[in-house]
Design a protein around this ligand. Structure first.
Ligand SMILES: *Cc1c(COP(=O)(O)O)cnc(C)c1O
Length: 231
């Protein structure tokens, strides 16, 4: 069994090599540790080993762990599907939300963001593979959604996020991430976007090669998850 500190070093090396291979500065790639299904103790160990950003998919599980880790200064990212009855708690307990895929959710997050907190950082989740079962807005709807979200007062639109269909083929991985990058580049200048959230344990190299600014890494840091959520 490797320790979390060893895994963090390995993932850091992977990011470093992937960035240098395409001439990017490695520090432009943020490491978001995806801690869904992991106990608070695993997050504490990762935090002690230097990780500051944690991604969670399930609201109640995240709130429970946040309560146990109140003594640490951590940055929390919500990355799971969002039902409208969960927006108030998400707006109050997270710094980032990567999985906004419709205007109504962004409007509620903006309305419900507590006044004493800075604007909530948002990414729009894009469905690259057009599978009905996956969350994310359709690529041809992103521009209009981005314009509308960027106009909301208490959120700050930062960029785009995607979870492409898994594949072991590095060329297919890159092609999917390239689609998100092209979409991002078409919007970035006009809306001052700076964030591409893409790449997981299996495909972070391809994502970094295509410009990821957050890679979202679970298994490669914490090991296999104890129970089988796919997202
Ligand atoms: C679980 C999850 C990840 C991390 O996946 P790994 O393959 O364990 O690295 C990243 N992003 C999202 C949205 C997830 O749900």
């Amino acid at each position: 069994m490797s320790t979390i500190a060893e895994n963090i070093a390995k993932v850091g090396t992977r990011i470093h090599r992937a960035a240098e291979a395409v001439g990017r500065a490695p520090e432009t790639v943020g490491l978001l540790a995806v801690s869904k299904t992991q106990p608070a103790e695993a997050i504490r160990a990762a935090a002690l080993a230097g990780i500051q950003h944690f991604g969670e998919n399930y609201l109640q599980e995240a709130l429970d762990k946040q309560a146990q880790l109140e003594d640490l200064t951590l940055c929390w990212h919500f990355i799971g599907p969002i039902q409208s009855n969960k927006t108030k708690a998400i707006a109050g307990h997270f710094d980032w939300v990567h999985s906004v895929d419709r205007l109504k959710i962004a409007q509620r997050l903006s309305e419900q963001r507590p006044a004493h907190l800075p604007p909530l950082n948002l990414c729009l989740q894009v469905n690259l593979s057009a599978e009905d079962s996956k969350s994310g807005c359709a690529p041809d709807e992103v521009a209009a959604l981005a314009q509308a979200v960027a106009a909301l007062p208490n959120v700050r639109l930062r960029g785009l996020m995607a979870i492409p269909a898994p594949t072991d083929d590095p060329l297919e991985q890159r092609a999917a991430f390239a689609k998100l990058r092209v979409l991002f580049e078409s919007l970035a200048a006009g809306l001052a976007l700076d964030t591409l959230s893409m790449g997981m344990s299996q495909d972070l190299e391809a994502a970094v090669a295509e410009g990821a600014t957050w890679v979202r890494i679970g298994t490669a840091l914490f090991g296999a998850r104890a129970y089988g959520h796919s997202q």
